[in-house]
Design a protein around this ligand. Structure first.
Ligand SMILES: Nc1ncnc2c1ncn2[C@@H]1O[C@H](COP(=O)(O)OP(=O)(O)OP(=O)(O)O)[C@@H](O)[C@H]1O
Ligand SMILES: O=C(O)c1ccc[n+]([C@@H]2O[C@H](COP(=O)([O-])O)[C@@H](O)[C@H]2O)c1
Length: 197
């Protein structure tokens, strides 16, 4: 796990990054700025439990590509989930919380993941562990209204004008951040790979 200092605000941005692209970098930039983060952990997952792993680039390759597109020193590319044998985000967040007292974490994800969040293992526990920032993504803009997570935790929704304080709030607390959007996706990029989709 990256080194952190007491009182820091740290974003947790998990992803397959297969491959990483400018849309991911845009999310990172928006999260750093709007959430007033000191760090953002770019957590390259060993494999999304809900996705087919057959087309996954090797972890080392996804880490190297991620490092190549993240010029900001506040972004820490890490794959400690693989090192610790963690598969589910709920487990990962529990371990992070237990090992990092006094640090203010926020889970960061794109709006497409908000739409399907209720399929994640122990999703309600995730929402009760750390605040969540959802970054808008083309095609999923309305997930803040329609998703099961948004409805279940409607009482915990925070206005995006207060996003700068989200990391300091008690979970459950979540916000939906509008702003510049990117149409980039790993699926689309993989469609140009020979023999891949
Ligand atoms: N263009 C984008 N705009 C906003 N969020 C994005 C964008 N691309 C990816 N994300 C978010 O980044 C995180 C990691 O995404 P992931 O690595 O699965 O990329 P992806 O492009 O969605 O990949 P795939 O097409 O293989 O599903 C997720 O939280 C996802 O919602
Ligand atoms: O824990 C789960 O059940 C779960 C289900 C789907 C996705 N995730 C996590 O969500 C993050 C984004 O995944 P992805 O594939 O959309 O980049 C990544 O850290 C995954 O491990 C986690």
């Amino acid at each position: 796990m990256p080194h952190v200092e007491q009182g820091m605000r740290v974003g947790l941005f998990g992803g397959s990054f297969n491959p990483p692209h400018g849309g991911h970098w845009l999310v990172a930039e928006i999260a750093l700025r709007r959430l007033r983060l000191n760090q953002l952990w770019w957590m390259v997952t060993p494999g999304n439990p809900l996705k087919d792993h057959g087309k996954l680039l090797p972890l080392a390759k996804r880490i190297a590509l991620s490092e190549a597109i993240t010029p900001d020193p506040r972004v820490k590319v890490t794959a400690f989930e693989a090192t610790y044998g963690l598969r589910y985000t709920a487990e990962t967040l529990a371990v992070i919380k237990q090992r990092n007292a006094g640090i203010h974490f926020v889970w960061v994800m794109g709006a497409d993941n908000l739409a399907g969040f209720h399929h994640w293992q122990d999703w309600q526990a995730i929402a009760r562990t750390f605040p969540i920032a959802v970054i808008d993504r083309p095609g999923s803009t309305l997930s803040y209204l329609s998703s099961k997570m948004a409805k279940t935790f409607a009482h915990a929704r925070v206005d995006e004008d207060d996003a700068g304080r989200l990391a300091l709030m008690e979970a459950p607390a979540w916000t939906f951040i509008h702003g510049p959007r990117s149409l980039l996706s790993s699926t689309e990029l993989r469609s140009h790979w020979p023999g891949k989709s």
